[in-house]
Design a protein around this ligand. Structure first.
Ligand code: NAP
Length: 178
């Protein structure tokens, strides 16, 4: 299963539980692993690995999802499937929520499947990042282990700081430093 997990939330956890009804073991690929500290991708691959690993342990699912593998993007879509294969143990099927990824995997001969996310309006990375920025409740949308990780890395403060970075770009010569 490949996704960006920015952050890992209860919708992803439900997807994992459903996929585990269809497969023996699940490899979790963390997409866009090279990206962090942006509004859409605030968390590093390492932080996302910790979130997922701790949430899976909390749910007793760690044994069946024993590989969590960071997958950086490559600037050539035609090479992406082989790039993914080169980083992961053998897999028989792939799950994604990304239409481009689905197409590329299928064109690469992989049995690629879409697994609908649970209660999509609420359990969405975009909605959770929005709530973090607005100071609204986001904690109830992610597993308790993820709340702990986000708090330990001061993730909400990071996200709020990222929104300020534009202002720094537009400072005029002679303006006070931020
Ligand atoms: P995405 O475009 O960020 O997500 C697509 C949507 O699907 C999001 O709304 C996401 O929800 C949802 N989703 C995430 N996991 C899901 C799942 N297992 N089942 C159903 N829906 C799911 O893409 P992504 O799915 O997170 O990850 C695809 C990764 O592959 C990305 O990192 C992308 O960059 C990478 N990729 C790279 C290349 C290349 O390098 N050339 C080519 C294709 C794909 P949330 O926002 O709530 O998570």
């Amino acid at each position: 299963m490949i996704g960006r997990y920015q952050p890992f939330h209860k919708g992803h956890l439900e997807v994992i539980k459903n996929i585990l009804k269809e497969v023996d073991d699940l490899i979790i690929g963390i997409g866009s692993a090279q990206v962090s500290h942006t509004l859409d991708n605030p968390f590093t691959a390492g932080e996302r690995m910790t979130m997922i690993s701790n949430a899976l342990k909390e749910e007793g699912l760690a044994e069946r999802c024993c590989y969590i593998i960071p997958i950086p993007d490559v600037w050539n879509n035609a090479l992406w499937v082989n790039h993914v294969k080169s980083l992961t143990p053998h897999f028989d099927a792939a799950y994604t929520g990304n239409v481009l990824a689905l197409r590329l995997l299928r064109e690469g001969g992989i049995d690629a499947r879409i697994q609908p996310l649970f209660d999509r309006a609420k359990y969405s990375g975009t909605e959770i990042r929005r709530r973090m920025l607005k100071g609204e409740d986001w904690e109830s949308l992610v597993p308790p282990a993820v709340v702990k990780v986000v708090k330990s890395i001061k993730g909400v403060e990071r996200l709020k700081d990222i929104t300020k970075s534009d202002k720094i770009t537009y400072l005029e010569p002679g303006d006070a430093s931020p």
